[in-house]
Design a protein around this ligand. Structure first.
Ligand code: FAD
Length: 316
């Protein structure tokens, strides 16, 4: 079933999760161990992130540096098949522009279609250190809207090459949104204009970047509605568990963390105390969003699954 159908039919706030594939060479069992713990919440869908190749510079014995290319976290497709057929839950693979050609994306979409995976989230990705050389007969998507258009084209039976007897796909497309604006955008209004373009190009719903002050979400949602965006906007939520995240998350994701939360987290005497501060904060944040009537809460799950469970249990 499609994510948009779940959202439209929901009579109470749905709970969904997002997981990250294990590092290259590690086992899918790591993810299954996490999923085994999340199914009690009956998530209608689970997202699996995607990762482009990256370059690493490793110092050699003679003091020089050698460049290595590594795709740290492959496995999105395989894990999505596992989610769909092992757990009977809809899987939402993330598809990226950066690091993938349109031809590779088309092949991925065909694989997803064969597997009966009907949902995907189309995001641009960030500039990896490693820029893959693109052969002259290959093309690429520059912005998420280009990727949305590619999927929407396939939903109309239009592929990269003219194919006489091509069959249409029928993907439900999600895209990213940024309550505190995307880091490259000059202002929130311009960013929302680009979000609207993605919706107009065929996206069915949006999921937001993490945020820690609900007011950002409420203001963003209102501005989106004022701009003519009518599709569901799902808030993305992240549990804070460590004091160092007070610096790393604003720097990596360009989001603000309220002063009171920063003060409490940095004053925590132990790891357990910091975790409990994060848990209590997220319970309150999620509860307020439910009271505001959001159709779904989307939790970014890392290794802190037992703590995320504590939060979600309190909401049920
Ligand atoms: P876009 O919508 O392409 O926007 C990027 C920037 O360009 C914005 O500033 C926008 O305003 C601007 N813009 C858009 N269109 C145009 C245009 N036509 N002309 C000029 N400017 C334009 N990253 C991963 O690597 N893997 C993942 O699995 C992943 N999952 C994510 C899930 C969610 C819910 C979100 C919110 C983000 C995710 N990301 C992921 C991160 C994402 O790839 C980055 O934030 C990326 O920098 C932007 O992606 P986007 O799809 O929002 O880009």
């Amino acid at each position: 079933m499609k994510v948009i159908e779940y959202l439209e039919k929901a009579t109470e706030t749905l709970i969904s999760f997002e997981i990250i594939p294990p590092m290259r060479g590690r086992s899918a069992q790591e993810v299954y161990t996490i999923l085994d713990q999340l199914i009690e919440f009956e998530p209608p869908f689970i997202d699996v992130t995607s990762h482009a190749a990256d370059a690493y510079y490793v110092e050699q014995k003679d003091g020089s540096f050698k460049r290595y290319i590594k795709r740290k976290r492959p496995g999105t497709l395989g894990l999505c098949a596992g989610i769909k057929y092992r757990y009977k839950i809809e899987a939402v693979p993330h598809l990226l522009c950066r690091g993938f050609t349109r031809e590779e994306t088309e092949d991925m979409l065909i694989e997803l279609n064969y597997l009966g995976i009907e949902n995907l989230l189309a995001v641009r990705g960030d500039d990896p250190n490693y820029q893959k050389a693109i052969n002259p007969d290959r093309s690429k998507n520059n912005y998420a809207i280009d990727l949305v258009r590619q999927v929407a084209d396939m939903n109309r039976g239009r592929f990269q090459d003219d194919i006489l007897d091509s069959a249409q796909t029928d993907f439900c497309i999600g895209v990213g949104g940024y309550p505190e604006k995307h880091e490259e955008s000059p202002n929130l209004e311009a960013d929302i204009r680009h979000l609207k373009e993605k919706i107009d190009a065929g996206a069915h719903y949006a999921v937001t970047q993490m945020f820690f002050d609900n007011q950002y979400f409420f203001d963003f949602e209102k501005k989106c509605r004022d701009a003519g965006i009518t599709v569901p906007i799902i808030p993305g939520l992240k549990l804070l568990t460590k004091p160092y995240q007070m610096k790393s998350l604003p720097s990596n994701f360009h989001v603000n963390i309220p002063d009171t939360l920063v003060a409490a987290m940095t004053a925590a005497d132990s790891e357990t105390e910091a975790q409990q501060i994060g848990v209590e904060y997220l319970k309150k944040q999620a509860g307020e969003l439910i009271n505001a009537g959001v159709s779904c809460l989307h939790f970014y799950v890392m290794n802190d699954v037992h703590l995320v469970k504590e939060v979600v249990r309190s909401l049920k």
